[in-house]
Design a binder for this molecule. Structure first.
Ligand code: SF4
Length: 310
């Protein structure tokens, strides 16, 4: 069946096909917190990119379908090379990850040979392969702290790098000039308006937001940290991140009072995954993620060094 034919099926028919194919193929469907609501509902596990990849490495399933952007599916393949990993839309890329290529990173390494290259997981497998240590938004501070006084090249998210640099007071960090268009939409005026309207609320923002926003928030955290905070606290929380996470919170813990800092902060790349594409992926095998073994092994080294740090 082609995609048009899948698109003509009802929601119930798609869900039924997805469930049947998962059982028949011993497949697990992982979904990032920024996926569409209807896709999240069809996933077995939801979470952030690293949590999902760690799950991919430990699952008994033969097939992993990753509903997210390409670097996430690649990371699952890097950590679970013995599994077949699929993504329902191969064009679902992350512009932040696409902004750093291996050749430019190699040039920087040549120019600054004594620097440690620390890359956010939002990078391609090729960039990870020339990286010393990976990091996530949840452990970036710990990873940079682990190298001590050594100089660092940090890529590709400048806002995340700036937050780390300011938090640690580390001067010898070269920051790559990249950013996430979704979190860059969240500005100081949005935070100030929310603060004026709900002075009692706790405002938590993602570290990919501009530093002006990050430095004015009550807390800074990854999507998992935000989810856990809301779960464990009862006060009104306002979140500065992509709206998919907030939709998940409203669905899974509806008794909590949560608001968006910017309700139109939407990642259109994440939203490229749809239910018809997920059904086609499971039934027809579109699209398998394949990596050259040399790249996969080198990238795995950078991720493993991060996991060792914590
Ligand atoms: S939210 Fe930003 S960093 Fe995440 S996938 Fe979308 S563009 Fe990339």
């Amino acid at each position: 069946m082609n995609l048009k034919e899948y698109s003509e099926l009802s929601r119930d028919e798609l869900i039924e096909r997805i469930s049947r194919a998962k059982k028949e193929k011993n497949a697990v469907v992982l979904g990032h917190n920024y996926q569409r609501d209807e896709v999240q509902r069809a996933c077995d596990i939801l979470g952030d990119s690293l949590g999902l990849s760690r799950y991919a490495a430990s699952t008994d399933a033969d097939i992993i379908v990753f509903c997210g952007v390409m670097f996430m599916a690649e990371t699952a393949k890097i950590l679970a090379p013995q599994k077949r990993v699929f993504i329902p839309e191969k064009g679902a890329g992350c512009p932040l990850a696409a902004g750093a290529n291996m050749e430019d990173v190699l040039k920087l390494k040549e120019k600054y040979p004594d620097h440690i290259v620390i890359s956010y997981v939002n990078t391609t497998a090729e960039v990870k392969a020339v990286t010393d240590i990976c990091c996530t938004s949840g452990n970036a501070i710990e990873v940079v702290r682990s190298v001590g006084e050594k100089p660092v090249i940090f890529l590709p998210d400048e806002n995340l790098g700036m937050w780390v640099k300011k938090t640690l007071g580390k001067q010898n960090m070269i920051l790559w000039e990249g950013g996430c268009y979704v979190h860059q939409m969240i500005r100081l005026e949005h935070l100030e308006a929310a603060r004026a309207k709900y002075p009692e609320a706790t405002i938590i923002v993602h570290p990919e937001c501009p530093y002006l926003v990050v430095s004015a928030a009550d807390m800074v955290g990854s999507t998992s940290a935000m989810f856990n905070y809301v779960k464990e606290h009862d006060e009104h929380v306002i979140l500065g991140t992509e709206i998919g996470l907030i939709e998940r919170i409203i669905r899974e813990i509806p008794d909590k009072k949560v608001d968006w800092l910017k309700p139109d902060a939407v990642c259109f790349n994440m939203k490229q995954i749809t239910l018809p594409k997920l059904a086609r992926c499971l039934e027809e095998g579109f699209y398998e993620v394949e990596l050259e073994e040399e790249i996969r092994a080198a990238a795995g080294g950078a991720i493993r060094r991060m996991i060792e740090i914590g």
